[in-house]
Design a protein around this ligand. Sequence first.
Ligand SMILES: [Zn+2]
Length: 112
Amino acid sequence: MNVSHYKDALLKKRAELVDTAGLNSLQNSMEHNNGRQGDMADQASGNNEVHIQLRLKQTDAKILQAIDEALMRIEKGAFGLCRDCGEPIAEARLNAIPWTRVCITCKEKQKA
Ligand SMILES: [Zn+2]
């Protein structure tokens, strides 16, 4: 499996979500105000994660969380394994939803 392909997809989606939340403009304004508003930037940086969560819609925040978990699984070498049954998740499913935690079988069980 080409994990780096999924990592790229995850990072791209993550950037989209973070961009939607307006974080990028926040970061840009911090860089542009370099020095002058250093105190404000320092205060803001500690609370960035909280701000992202608040700015994001509920569903987007959940996806962002799942993306971070998926990226962690990539680091651990456990990407693409179902959280519930441990079986490999079908690549077609990973291509559609790279941040999915469970295989299609377990997903169906959740719904039932
Ligand atoms: Zn499963």
